[in-house]
Design a protein around this ligand. Structure first.
Ligand SMILES: NC(=O)NCCC(=O)O
Ligand SMILES: [Zn+2]
Ligand SMILES: [Zn+2]
Length: 523
């Protein structure tokens, strides 16, 4: 084991954090960063006790914190199928693309105890992950058991600090507004973050029925049943209810300009709300739903759908650049062509979900840094550090600094590659970015000090990754909300001295005689 995992001296690279970049050497021992040296003095002499070490030359490369993908669904049972990427292939794809931590979702069935569901996910993931992972918990129902169990899973033995609510998928995962509000009040009590899938599930359900009746059966029905307005409406509702509940909110998969604008408007009013566009929305658009090939069109089906407006991907990147959107994720939830064919004659049965975990870093680099919109520092912020801050694992994750975990990527900004299902490390047989040329390539990925990806090859074993417990009461998301909560006092009007109300006959109110009542104005 020690032979396979020597200490690492990364020399001559440019270290990039979200707030500075500088030429420096980095020393990695026992899974941690133990030195960052701007004088270039690190050498084999830095290694104690003749232990095995390896020097990595990072000349002309960036040394960046490993990517954090805060939104994945590995091996998710969904719409009668199980997502093709399990925690092994999914995390293999992650590290091949420069991502060293994922946050996946426990999604209990409506009548399932959330602690039982949590244990199931841990069992699935612990045995298979090749990099670190955390969990977020979905709340798909509301009752006393759910309310109590939320309090349990935020305890340190479980390590959950965020809860996700679906306003879509009627009769499956969707919660009503009152359940959502109560859930967020509970989050606020517990110091947890609320996350939301924002779409109007009830109206979508109606539109799906209308379209099927009208004979629209193919994947084009998916986009037509989910107009962008229904994403914007639900996003506005979610932000409004979160404000009422004194709860910070994180909107997952922001897919449209309308939803992004809603987030910006609420932030302008002081709301603590974060927006997460995904790689799919930054790299491709919704024109694919009209492709005559069912397999192709169905391969792009996810919810909310990709925008039909071809200017949306660039607009979302602009908002990431200027700080109105905050993190990039993937919603990685992959299905084979065969699985997508479940909905051949009925688009409502096409399993929803696409890939992203392998290609996110390169797609964001291409659309952001290579296009000249953002700096490498902002790239680090939106692919890693801000997620670490929001989910309360910073600077353990998301930073190149002494004592941080050695989750590091040696990033070659001048290399390029063409994305393809033929070469990807996902378990499924389709890639929504097929044929896309991306500049910016993760040449080496290091997970807790282990080189897991190099020379286009994986060197991993299932179960090598660790579960990262995430604790509540994160200052980054709760500081201002806690002040607002403390300043809020419901108003009570003191009426103790009030006389009982007089009988109607005693009241001296003079109402005008009937014929003097002014006429209603004509419209
Ligand atoms: N997004 C999607 O289509 N599939 C995964 C489940 C979800 O996040 O909504
Ligand atoms: Zn979702
Ligand atoms: Zn999702």
């Amino acid at each position: 084991m020690t032979e396979k995992r020597p200490h690492l001296i990364i020399k001559n690279g440019t270290v990039v954090n979200d707030d500075f970049m500088i030429k420096a050497d980095v020393l990695v021992m026992h899974g941690k960063i133990v030195a960052v040296d701007v004088n270039g003095n690190l050498s084999e002499k830095s290694i104690e006790n003749d232990e095995p070490y390896r020097i990595i030359d990072a000349t002309d490369k960036y040394v960046i914190p490993g990517g954090i993908d805060p939104h994945t669904h590995m091996q998710l049972p969904f719409m009668g199928q199980v997502a093709a990427d399990d925690f092994f292939s999914g995390t293999c794809a992650a590290v091949a693309g420069g991502t060293t931590m994922i946050i996946d979702f426990v999604i209990p069935e409506k009548d399932e105890n959330i602690i039982k569901a949590y244990e199931k996910w841990r069992e699935w993931a612990d045995a298979k992950v090749v990099c670190d992972y955390g969990l977020s918990m979905a709340i798909t129902n509301w009752n006393e058991d759910v309310e109590f169990s939320m309090g349990e899973v935020v305890k340190s033995e479980y390590g959950i600090n965020s809860f996700k609510f679906f306003l879509a998928y009627k009769n499956v995962f969707m919660v009503t507004d009152d359940q959502f509000y109560r859930g967020m009040k509970r989050c606020s009590e517990l110091g947890a973050l609320a996350r939301v899938h924002a779409e109007n599930g009830s109206v979508i359900h109606e539109k799906q029925r209308e379209l099927i009746k009208q004979g629209v059966l193919g994947p084009e029905g998916h986009t037509q049943s989910r107009p962008e307005e229904l994403e914007a409406e639900a996003t506005h509702r979610a932000c409004t209810l979160a404000e009422q509940a004194f709860c910070p909110l994180y909107v997952v998969h922001v897919m449209s300009k309308g939803a992004a604008k809603v987030i910006a408007r609420h932030r302008q009013r002081g709301s603590v709300v974060f927006g997460e566009p995904i790689a799919a929305a930054l790299g491709v658009d919704g024109s694919h739903y009209y492709d005559p090939d069912f397999n192709h069109a169905a391969g792009f089906v996810l919810s909310p759908p990709l925008s039909r407006d071809p200017t949306t991907p660039a607009a979302l990147m602009d908002l990431l650049a200027c700080g109105q959107l905050h993190v990039t994720a993937t919603d990685n939830c992959t299905f084979n062509c065969q699985q997508k064919r479940m909905g051949f004659n009925d688009f409502t049965k096409i399993p929803n979900g696409v890939n992203g975990v392998e290609d996110r870093m390169s797609v964001v680099w291409e659309m952001g840094v290579h296009s000249g919109k953002i700096t490498p520092m902002r790239f680090v912020a939106i692919t890693s550090s801000t997620a670490a801050r929001i989910f309360n694992c910073y600077p353990q994750k998301g930073r190149i600094a002494v004592d941080s975990d050695a989750d590091i990527v040696i990033w070659n900004p001048t290399a390029s590659r063409t994305i393809s299902a033929d070469t990807h490390h996902h378990a499924h047989d389709f890639n929504i970015f097929e044929g896309m040329l991306v500049h910016g390539v993760p040449e080496i990925t290091i997970s807790r000090g282990r080189v897991v990806w190099e020379n286009n090859k994986l060197d991993v074993s299932p179960g090598e990754g660790n579960f990262v417990k995430l604790s509540p009461n994160c200052d980054y998301v709760y500081r201002s909300i806690n002040v607002r909560k403390a300043n809020y006092h419901p108003m009570v009007v003191d009426r103790k001295e009030c006389e009982p109300r007089k009988q109607k006959s005693e009241l001296s109110v003079v109402s005008p005689p009937y014929d003097e009542t002014p006429e209603a104005p004509e419209i």
